[in-house]
Design a protein around this ligand. Structure first.
Ligand code: IPM
Ligand code: MN
Length: 353
């Protein structure tokens, strides 16, 4: 099979972790007789520096022409403490999500048996955790009307959702639940917010179409607490953009390292696959960042974008092997154990595919 993949390395550690995912993907392609055509595009601070715009039109064209997008990370500290900066790398990410129609962000949380003790949470709490947070990605307060008034002394951001936006996200959630544990949790703040009441009403209306799925409705503040107390009681959670942003960072702690969790963003055009961690600028260029989240995002890409299940399984198997054999970067290596470089982990994975 010929796979046309757009490659957006982005900022910080993005290029380093992407390099490893490319090595591993190429090894898988060789083993299973596929041909991958990679086309690189600029995003984030790197794109601002080159063309003054964090998601250039050319990059968008590359993504639209591809079968899938593999993405590193966006963000640079030089913009973080400057509330007056006119262009920010993150705007590129939001523009990309909107223009590619990536309305659903799939963020799984699972534990690796060999890493359970790396988690700050107790083993008995997290064993068996296997949940998916399905975050709405192109609506809500991220994209609502915003501004200043009263000479700049008052600021506002608005959260808007349409029934259609909720429906298409919830439909995916129901379908995912059907393919897994048949449990769906709608996370909202319906005791306060009108948009949340629309979410609840819409999901309630859909229950009859998925009679096998057990649906619960929980407030986001309670979920924030339950997620770390009883993560293994959840299966699929659906939620709006900002709640999902916050809960998925929280959930990533369960597995013991943010450097491990992959994600997929799907929608109306090309799907995009990326690690959930950020650009980790302190580590950029040092060859120390954990490439596994990006490598596992590539596995999701083989499976979800191309239906190549065996290829995805081969990647996951080799990642598990690297974890049990201790071929890991410094974030996972124990105090006494040797820490491998980002590129060494990538080479090892590619060799062992
Ligand atoms: C994420 C990130 C982004 C978001 C930022 C960088 C705009 O935190 O992908 O979760 O808030 O969506
Ligand atoms: Mn986030």
């Amino acid at each position: 099979m010929k796979l046309n993949i757009a490659l957006l390395a982005g900022d910080g550690i993005g290029p380093e972790v992407i390099d490893q995912a490319v090595k591993v993907s190429n090894a898988v392609a060789k083993k299973f007789n596929h041909e991958i055509v990679w086309t690189s595009g600029l995003t984030g601070a790197a794109a601002i520096d080159a063309v003054g715009e964090p998601y250039p039109d050319l990059t968008h064209e590359i993504c639209m022409a591809a079968d899938a997008v593999l993405f590193g990370a966006i963000g640079h500290p030089r913009f973080d403490n400057d509330p007056k900066a006119k262009v920010r790398p993150e705007q590129g990410l939001l523009k990309m999500r909107k223009k590619l129609g990536l309305f659903a962000n799939v963020r799984p949380t699972f534990t690796f048996p060999s890493l359970i003790d790396n988690s700050p949470l107790k083993r008995e709490r997290i064993e068996g955790t296997d949940l998916i947070i399905l975050r709405e990605l192109t609506g809500g307060i991220y994209f609502g009307e915003r501004g200043r008034k009263d000479d700049g002394d008052t600021a506002f951001d608005t959260c808007t959702y349409t029934r259609e936006e909720v429906k298409r996200l919830a439909k995916l959630g129901f379908e995912m639940a059907m393919a897994r544990g048949k449990k769906l949790c709608c996370v909202d703040k319906a005791n306060v917010l009108e948009t949340s009441r629309l979410w609840r009403e819409t999901v309630q209306d859909m229950e009859k179409d998925f009679p096998e799925v057990t649906v619960s409705y929980e407030f986001v503040d309670a979920v924030a607490m339950r997620l770390v107390q009883w993560p293994n009681s959840y299966d699929v959670l659906i939620t709006e953009n900002l709640f999902g942003d916050i809960l998925t960072d929280e959930a990533s702690v369960i597995s013991g390292s943010m450097g491990l969790m992959p994600s997929a963003s799907i929608g109306v055009h090309t799907s995009l696959f990326e690690p959930i961690h950020g650009s980790y600028p302190q580590a950029a260029g040092k060859d120390i960042a954990n490439p596994l989240a990006t490598v596992l995002s590539a596995a999701m890409m083989f499976e979800d974008a191309f239906g190549l299940k065996e290829e995805a399984a081969a990647i996951r198997a080799v990642v598990n092997k690297s974890l049990t054999e201790g071929i890991v970067t410094e974030d996972l290596a124990g105090k006494e154990a040797k820490a491998y470089k980002t590129s060494e982990v990538g080479d090892w994975l590619a060799k062992n595919i």
